[in-house]
Ligand binder design. Sequence first.
Ligand code: MN3
Length: 207
Amino acid sequence: MVRYLLPRLPYDYDELEPFIDTQTMEIHHQKHHQTYVDGLNKSLEQIGGESHPKYISTILSDLQSIPESARSSINFFGGGFENHKLLWETMSPNGDKNPGGKLADAIDVYFNSFESFKDEFTNNSISIQGSGWCWLVFNQSYNKIEIITTSNQDSPWTLRKIPILGLDVWEHAYYLKYQNKRDEYVKAWWNVINWDFIQNRFAELSQ
Ligand code: MN3
């Protein structure tokens, strides 16, 4: 049966300094993400590995096909696995300050400008009550991009929306450096976004 593995980071733990600190990156990747990987594998074992081989995004898009006994744990651990995988991929120590290509055009169409997109995304992130994520997603049904928020580890895939960019606002993502100041963490995070990766992802999705 397929076992999920902790994805490697595309940079070192200290490379997102000073915006995201080394210790937070180490604990977030080695401990928190590993917990989601282990929980996902265990949950799939409990249902005998049926639904495999499939990408986790396919499983999350059709949770109703999972036996009810494992549905909520696969939602949580599978979401946690996939959400963090994207989080690592969408950060970079030397990213551009803003997107280009078709994504830049789409942002202008749906949010007027990159600056107003950033404001809206920031406000949504800060307003999440408790733990969750803020997302830029591609809504395939309407062929458009949207900002959404989800609670806990709920993945946009469970809403049949494709995550393009996601920000983790669980306290474990920022508490060591920023304590309760989530707004300062969100502001810092804009400095480490891998727009190159994100605009390529969007270009492939929106063909
Ligand atoms: Mn996290």
